[in-house]
Design a binder for this molecule. Structure first.
Ligand SMILES: *Cc1c(COP(=O)(O)O)cnc(C)c1O
Length: 686
């Protein structure tokens, strides 16, 4: 698993025309003289001359000459354009950072060190989504900043340093370029000021030269110091990966994990991410096939979400909703109410799915208590349900493997059977069954309606149970029964909300309007813990009265309505609109359905359950009898382990392989996810 840190330095500048190429050439010459094999790369060259297909860039020629390397031009400079403008503007053919990364890796394999020259400064756009800073991050290279000497150097160097660091880049140091023959007071004092305020090393100040004479420049540039700093960075990075893996095993108790197995494992330590890919401390990339446990929607490091977080952090990171309000929490509440099923006009914040459910339970309970229905103190929930891990949410759960041991701690409710069409206990088939499995539920509800405060349900899909999908019409009938008997309906859309099933909320497929809607996971776009429980005006009013009447909802968490998380949530709703996420989802869901067909013929695949951009593939030992693999065999885990070694990260649910990629996944990535998963199943269980 051990892979060495990348062998390269990313040379960027405070602006265009500052002298990146000069500095890169000086470094290449100096290191070559020391006997190093130096490679050069200028992934994007604009202002090229010559014919299309064989465009020549003056800078690239200088770099090749200085380094003496003879690599093919398509590796050294894969994207060349004639117009002297930003690549995003100049590019006619789509720009691919993947291609740049592959070219870099090939160059790194041929040389001891590769100098990668960026284009313009760090914020120059490469694609609609990526800047030069994102490219440096993708290549995982430390950056060397070339700064224009002279008046103004402090400001533009510090700005560049801030851009680099907030993009997560490691800065090796700064080289000042273009020093006057008789340096001004500013020029003489700037390096010390920049070093101090920017907390950065200065590797020299190169005088302004009529012709960029590398030899003259070399006298003013500490090429050896830069090399040493780079080598230090590399060895620290290598040690860091080992150290973190060791410390994780020693200090961290992972959720839902048998730690005795984990302690013997080689943990994957995520360091960065971009789009649907995660990158670990060893530089390996993984397709995030379960959206970092069902939370990510628009991809990692989405510039709009990251930007919203940065803007908000510049204002306030946290303030309380106990006794005060804050801007993003108000805006997000308004945005959510507009999107939610009709009638859900009041919103209570918390910070995870379990508490969102817990709050709905407490509100429903208290509402009955103080509004003339004190006998309604119990809940009706479904077999195989999962509503979170706190004692209250476990009480309405139904997964024995997780919940059995806590039995004595839980409050008692009514439990109804849930549909599981693949293993129908009634041995019936949809639709001729007419959803007969709902009969006992309807009976219990009718019988005990005076005692039941609310019915709790996961609309359309019981996620944690193994992506068990409900037959069409099931949810609607549950909602109708609740209405008929005057019992609250709590819809737990923690997993299925925010487009996962194809509509913004799953309830909307069946025109269901619950009394409570629980949201979490995708609410913040998948970047921060945030949850909300929405309810009706009627429920809300049941809590009004004088303070002395003791009708207050005495519940709240320290981070309720956290402004940072809410800012991300608000931006995520904007992304839904701006990028037409739901509209684009239709074609992806269709493609997903097509791709899932490849699992049908696999001898160990018993059932394929898809709803929108979520699917569960149930593996069985015997397809005919549907005999499951014994749980001790850890079949799902073995398949996912196999996939991890091939750059795909999944998390199974027992014998069910879960595919739940970010909504932003591309067609190509979706195909790859399905193709590789099918191959893994074939290879691991035949
Ligand atoms: C994940 C989940 C929860 C619990 O959310 P947490 O944020 O993990 O507490 C509750 N309900 C459903 C349906 C979920 O999928």
């Amino acid at each position: 698993m051990e892979s060495a840190p990348p062998k390269g330095i990313f040379v960027t500048a405070t602006g265009t025309g500052v002298g990146k190429t000069t500095v890169a050439c000086v470094l290449a010459r100096a290191w070559k003289r020391q006997g190093l094999k130096v490679g050069v790369m200028k992934p994007f060259a604009t202002g090229c001359r010559g014919k299309d297909g064989e465009l020549i860039s003056g800078d690239v020629e200088l770099l090749l000459k200085a380094s003496g390397s003879r690599d093919p031009i398509d590796l050294v400079s894969p994207f060349r354009f004639k117009p002297p403008v930003a690549p995003w503007v100049a590019g006619r053919s789509p720009i691919s950072l993947d291609r740049v990364e592959r070219a870099f890796q090939e160059l790194a394999a041929r040389h001891d060190i590769v100098l990668v020259e960026g284009i313009g400064g760090l914020l120059v756009p490469l694609t609609g989504r990526h800047t030069v800073a994102d490219l440096a991050r993708r290549l995982d290279l430390p950056v060397l900043i070339v700064a224009q000497a002279g008046l103004g150097a402090i400001n533009h160097t510090l700005l560049t340093l801030e851009a680099a660091r907030s993009a997560g880049l490691e800065v090796l140091g700064v080289v000042m370029n273009g020093l006057s023959r008789n340096p001004s007071l500013a020029e003489r004092t700037n390096p010390a000021v920049i070093r101090k305020l920017g907390k950065v090393r200065i590797f020299g100040s190169i005088p302004r030269l009529p012709q960029p004479s590398a030899r003259a420049a070399a006298r003013h540039l500490d090429a050896g110091g830069i090399l040493k700093a780079f080598q230090g960075w590399r060895s620290q990075k290598r040690n860091q990966a080992r150290r973190l893996a060791r410390l994780d095993r020693k200090r961290i108790w992972h959720p839902f994990t048998q730690m005795s197995e984990w302690e013997r494992s080689d943990p994957l330590v995520v360091e960065s991410a971009d789009g649907v890919h995660l990158k670990d401390t060893r530089g390996s990339r993984y397709l995030d096939g379960v959206s970092s446990l069902w939370v990510n929607l628009h991809g990692h490091a989405h510039p709009a979400l990251d930007g919203a977080l940065r803007r908000q952090i510049g204002k306030v990171a946290h303030s309380t909703l106990l006794g005060a309000a804050n801007v993003p929490s108000i805006e997000l509440a308004e945005g959510l109410v507009r999107l939610a099923p009709k009638g859900l006009t009041r919103l209570f914040y918390s910070d995870n799915g379990s508490t969102a459910v817990e709050i709905a339970l407490k509100m429903a309970f208290q509402h009955c208590q103080q509004n003339g229905q004190p006998k309604r103190r119990r809940f009706l929930h479904f077999a195989n349900a999962y509503h979170g891990d706190t004692i209250g949410s476990v009480s309405v759960g139904g997964i024995d493997l997780f919940h059995k041991v806590y039995g004595p701690l839980l409050f008692k409710g009514f439990k109804a059977a849930s549909p599981y069409c693949y293993r129908c206990p009634l041995k019936l088939k949809y639709p001729s069954c007419k959803i007969a499995c709902l009969k006992p539920f309807e009976k219990t509800l009718a019988q005990h309606r005076q005692e039941i405060a609310a019915v709790v349900v996961e609309p359309l899909v019981q996620g944690a149970a193994g992506m068990i999908t409900q037959p069409p019409g099931w949810l609607k009938r549950v909602a109708r029964a609740c209405r008929r008997h005057g019992v609250f309906l709590i819809a737990d859309e923690v997993a299925v909300g925010f487009g996962r099933t194809g509509t913004m909320f799953a309830c909307q497929h069946e025109g269901v309007r619950p009394d409570f809607l629980c949201l979490a996971k995708g609410l913040s776009g998948g970047c921060l813990p945030l949850a909300a429980t929405l309810t009706t005006e009627r429920v809300y009013r049941g809590f009004l009265g004088s303070y002395a009447s003791q009708r207050t909802f005495f519940h709240g968490h320290s981070y309720t309505g956290n402004p940072l998380a809410c800012a991300a949530g608000l931006e995520s709703l904007k992304v839904f609109r701006r990028e037409r996420v739901l509209q684009k989802l239709k074609a992806k869901i269709r493609l997903f359905r097509e791709e899932l067909k490849r699992f049908e013929e696999l001898p160990r695949v018993g059932d394929i359950r898809q709803r929108g951009l979520a699917a569960g593939i149930e593996l069985v030992e015997d397809k005919k009898t549907k005999r499951p693999f014994p749980w001790q065999a850890q079949t799902g885990i073995r398949v996912c382990r196999y996939l991890r070694a091939r750059g795909i990260l999944l998390r199974p649910l027992g014998n069910v392989i879960v595919l739940m990629p970010p909504l932003s996944i591309s067609a190509g990535e979706l195909r790859r996810l399905c193709r590789e998963t099918a191959a893994a199943i074939q290879n691991v269980v035949g």
